[in-house]
Design a protein. Sequence first.
Length: 80
Amino acid sequence: MYYMIEMETKLRRMGNSLGIIVPAEIISSKGLREGEKLNVNIEEKGFSTVEDMLREARKQKLKFKRSTQEILDEIDRELE
């Protein structure tokens, strides 16, 4: 069975390795068991949205050749 679960957790020292803790409520609600394989996606730190990126650019007083709306419209077209 495949579940997509989004959660935030911290890496913790486990012997010579680092590991993550899966909260008990997720374990019980999904019926997970010790030894079960999990796929983990690691998200890189950075801007989570275009809006965040543009907000940071404004803080840095960066100048764009195109307006914010033109950039957002282009992104919308690419996502269609």
